[in-house]
Ligand binder design. Structure first.
Ligand SMILES: [Zn+2]
Length: 145
């Protein structure tokens, strides 16, 4: 009796362990892709930048209080970090206020940028726009290859 309970317990543990082992890569991949998304958002990037600056300010405060920094150094670095923080905060504000389709506008401008990059090919001699696989200029007949 006890033996079967024990083996059931062991089986449960083994299954649980196997489950973790099997699903671990998926779990990890999920975490990684989540982090990638996180970093891709400009706003999230700015927010983490803000956090970095704030923690730098805290460290600075700590260094100053423990006597690692002189008054001048502390003052100078504090001003620098505060200026950086306000720049980042301004960017965050402008990004948040332009939130209505802000990310859509970003995607649109990216698309047009790549489209123009492909399209713009002009004749060296007369500046006439031509297709990528044209061998001669449609306007002046110059050799395009
Ligand atoms: Zn031409």
């Amino acid at each position: 009796m006890d033996n079967s309970v024990f083996s059931a317990l062991v089986m449960t543990l083994v299954l649980f362990g196997a489950g973790l082992y099997i699903f671990e890569p998926f779990i990890r991949r999920g975490t990684v892709s989540l982090r990638d998304d996180y970093a891709e958002t400009p706003l999230q990037g700015l927010l983490s930048q803000k956090d970095t600056i704030y923690s730098a300010l805290k460290d600075l405060e700590f260094d100053y209080q423990t006597g690692k920094l002189s008054d001048d150094d502390y003052e100078e670095l504090r001003k620098k970090f505060t200026a950086e923080a306000s720049t980042v905060l301004e960017e965050i504000d402008s990004m948040r206020s332009g939130k209505n389709g802000g990310s859509k506008a970003g995607k649109k401008s990216q698309k047009t940028a790549s489209a123009t990059a492909v399209k713009e090919r002009t004749c060296d001699k007369c500046g006439f726009a031509h297709e990528e696989d044209d061998k001669f200029c449609q306007s002046c007949g110059a050799d395009l290859v």
